[in-house]
Design a protein around this ligand. Structure first.
Ligand code: NAD
Length: 330
């Protein structure tokens, strides 16, 4: 009999890719989300629309399940995270605390929690040419936003549940995951998707001016979704119990990110720097432990990942412009 796994947040970006991959590997996948998958046809064996802020829904979600991948979260890019502190801390704490407790009560054996690079202290991320973040840099704790504080406290909860109850928890700290079939407009999109959308729009409308929040010299690393899904699978099957970074360790500025996407789109752009939330000044992943633990690290280049993402987003923008034209002429 196939192992029964639960993917929470299976209607979202990473969750839908992960669910498809687990199903392909032969697992029986139950997906749960508060919304239907937006871009992909359902890739789960069973999909349930449940609000995991409610205890009875967490009980239903985890019933008969052997392994959980906890990805559900109220989240978005910097514009969203920096403006919804109470909502994010409340919703995500409710989801994660209750899903973990329900999993424990249901006898779940393994539980992977999706944490974030946003747990790292702001004081270690004040320069563009930042030192890559090692897992032990998390303390003394000082995440920039409520989003990171909730991630950090749920990391602790996972560790305590393992120590106290024996549930094998795994904790992964994602660093800016991107790819097709993710949020690309509406206010929750993250930098790579927003950049692809702006540049696709520029290409298709002929207005080549691109708005960038701040001076664009803030730095990040970006990891393609296929590497993320592979890394999750490797960590879940490993015996490593401490938090682990999962990301690329090639750091680029947001201006460079724009230039790479413009080259893919084959257009020249003019950058207009405007006021907007920028998050920390610089951030990169130290992958020393990732390489040691998983004997592997993300392999898909930023250029290749962006090429695949851009092609998908250009199609979305083209479809949207067509819909807008039809509506305007009606
Ligand atoms: P996403 O927003 O696409 O997916 C999260 C999903 O959770 C959404 O489909 C959402 O509807 C669902 N959800 C929200 N509230 C819910 C509720 N009350 N009950 C049930 N489902 C609910 O985000 P993603 O990029 O796929 O992120 C997945 C996980 O990885 C999240 O926990 C996120 O914090 C974490 N993470 C992502 C990144 C990244 O770069 N994408 C970086 C760090 C951490």
């Amino acid at each position: 009999m196939a192992t029964k796994v639960l993917v929470t947040g299976a209607g979202g970006f990473i969750g839908s890719h992960l669910a498809a991959s687990l199903k392909q590997q032969g697992y029986h996948v139950r997906g749960v989300d508060i919304k239907e998958p937006e871009y992909e046809v359902r890739s789960c064996d069973e999909f349930r629309l449940l609000d995991l802020r409610r205890w009875e829904n967490c009980v239903e979600a985890t019933k008969g399940i052997e392994e959980v991948y906890g990805l559900a979260a109220d989240m978005g890019g910097m514009g969203f995270i920096s403006a919804h502190h109470s909502q994010i801390l409340y919703n995500n704490a409710m989801i994660n605390f209750q899903t973990l407790e329900a999993a424990h009560q249901a006898g779940v054996k393994r539980y992977l929690y999706s944490s974030s690079a946003c747990i790292y202290p702001e004081y270690k991320q004040t320069e563009t040419n930042v030192t890559p973040l090692r897992e032990e840099d998390a303390y003394p704790a000082a995440p920039q936003d409520a989003y990171g504080w909730e991630k950090l406290i749920t990391e602790r909860l996972c560790t305590h549940y393992r120590e106290d109850y024996g549930i094998e928890t795994r904790i992964v700290r994602f660093h800016n995951i991107f790819g097709p079939n993710g949020t690309w407009d509406g206010g929750r999109e993250k930098a790579p998707a927003a950049m692809c959308r702006k540049i696709a729009h520029a290409k298709l409308t002929g207005n080549h001016e691109i708005e960038i929040w701040g001076d664009g010299e803030q730095t990040r690393s970006f990891c393609y979704i296929d590497d993320c899904v592979l890394g999750i699978a490797k960590l879940m099957r490993s015996d490593y119990r401490e938090p682990l970074n999962l990301g690329q360790d090639r750091m680029v500025t947001i201006n460079e990110l724009a230039d790479i996407v413009a080259r893919i789109a084959n257009i020249r752009i003019t950058k207009k720097h405007v006021a907007g939330p920028q998050g920390v000044r610089g951030r990169n992943s130290d992958n020393t432990r990732l390489r040691a633990v998983l004997k592997w690290e993300p392999e898909i280049s930023l250029e290749e990942g962006l090429r695949r993402t851009y092609l998908w987003i250009e199609k979305q923008v083209r479809d949207q412009l067509r819909t807008d034209r039809v509506a305007a002429s009606a």
